[in-house]
Design a binder for this molecule. Structure first.
Ligand SMILES: Nc1ncnc2c1ncn2[C@@H]1O[C@H](COP(=O)(O)OP(=O)(O)OP(=O)(O)O)[C@@H](O)[C@H]1O
Ligand SMILES: [Mg+2]
Length: 360
């Protein structure tokens, strides 16, 4: 077993953070950590990039917690969640009579974040006019409420996040280049879970412990076999996907929940893992892709026939016996296991909701 540092920020940076973060040993996360400690203290904008579920939110909160403005407000704006027309008034506020229905004046979230941190999540969703207003805010700390005669001034630390390639948005003319330079003074790139496979085990321990406590359960540590399956999986949903999987395991208490669940997810056969450190066997790689493709086709056909294997064999033009072999070789669950899994999923959803409500 690898040893992993599951380090709380309290230990690593001498602060008491609201959350513990699993940094692990991966180079990519160590780079984030060493930048984080330096960046948090300086009043410069930070751009956090990375795929969905890699921890952009959690890192943004930590930047605030570790900053000199930690006792000030932390204001998050989830840009895509607010309809375009409302976003300007949400962000910058308005004066009475600024538009129909503005019966009073209201401060925006920029103002509410005064002497604290403003976290703009999914920044690429801002339209061009809001991008200009944000640029002004970043340049001189000034902004104008809708309908106001004069500018206001705030002191605010701006942290932005995105899972898109902003360079591509600039290229296509939907994101301002000057704004990009302003928000990207420091960049923190959150690595995907595929890039930090060595940290998977530590994350599992962390979530297991966390959810055992939260739900008052006693799920046992994962076996080496299951850990090996988790290591191989391609994790399109990153840490969030892993967290949800462990949460379900804790609630249901047995490992088949994990293995049965993962085998029915889409395999990443199109981009097989290629290590360029040594020679590549094209023959081996092709065989591996063909096997994955076969597995995917069998799975689709089985799902189509509600796991009736006789019908599936007929559709695939192979014998029933041959299909049984292939199911076993591909590591697909038997239909009995699947029925159980379905029942468990329903129970987990109900139980999880009940327990969660009790625990919160
Ligand atoms: N390093 C970590 N240690 C422990 N938990 C983590 C870590 N990174 C992420 N998580 C957990 O994973 C989940 C997803 O993280 P988060 O919401 O920060 O991702 P995100 O990058 O903001 O995703 P999205 O792009 O979908 O908004 C959260 O429940 C978070 O607590
Ligand atoms: Mg997020």
């Amino acid at each position: 077993m690898t040893t992993l540092s599951v380090t709380s920020l309290a230990q690593s940076l001498g602060e008491i953070p609201p959350d513990n973060i699993v940094f692990g040993h991966s180079e990519a996360m160590q780079a984030v950590r060493s930048r984080l400690s330096r960046v948090a203290a300086a009043n410069v904008p930070v751009l956090i990039t990375g795929e969905s579920g890699t921890g952009k939110d959690i890192i943004a909160r930590l930047i605030h917690t570790l900053s000199p403005w930690k006792s000030g407000p932390y204001v998050k704006v989830n840009c895509p969640a607010i309809p375009g027309t409302l976003l300007e008034s949400e962000l910058f506020g308005y004066e009475r009579g600024a538009f129909t229905g503005a019966v009073g004046s209201k401060p925006g979230r920029v103002e509410l974040a005064h002497r604290g941190t403003l976290f703009l999540d999914e920044i690429s969703e801002l339209d061009m006019s809001l991008q200009s207003k944000l640029l002004q805010l970043l340049q001189d700390g000034q902004f104008c409420r809708i309908g106001a005669q004069e500018d206001k001034r705030v002191e605010v630390r701006v942290v932005c996040a995105t899972n898109r390639q902003l360079e591509a948005e600039i290229e296509s003319g939907t994101f301002r280049q000057d704004l990009y330079y302003r928000i990207n003074v420091v960049n923190l790139r959150m690595p995907s879970l595929r890039e930090r496979r060595g940290d998977i085990e530590g994350l599992c321990h962390y979530f297991l412990d966390y959810y055992n406590r939260k739900f008052n359960c006693r799920a046992r540590p994962l076996s080496n076999e299951v850990l090996a399956v988790l290591q191989k999986y391609h994790w399109p949903g990153n840490i969030r996907e892993l967290e949800n999987l462990i949460k379900r395991y804790v609630i249901l208490g047995h490992e088949e929940v994990i293995t049965n669940d993962l085998v029915t997810r889409e395999p990443d056969f199109i981009t097989p893992e290629i290590s360029l450190d040594g020679p590549i066997s094209l023959k081996k790689l092709t065989r591996q892709c063909v096997r994955e493709l076969e597995r995917k086709v069998i799975l689709k056909v089985l799902q189509h026939h509600h796991w009736n294997r006789k019908q599936a064999a007929r559709t695939l033009g192979i014998s029933y016996r041959a299909l049984l072999y292939k199911i076993r070789d591909a590591g697909l669950p038997s239909n009995r296991a699947l029925r159980e899994q379905q029942a468990e999923r329903t129970a987990a959803e109900q139980g999880g909701a009940n327990r969660g409500a009790a625990a919160d």
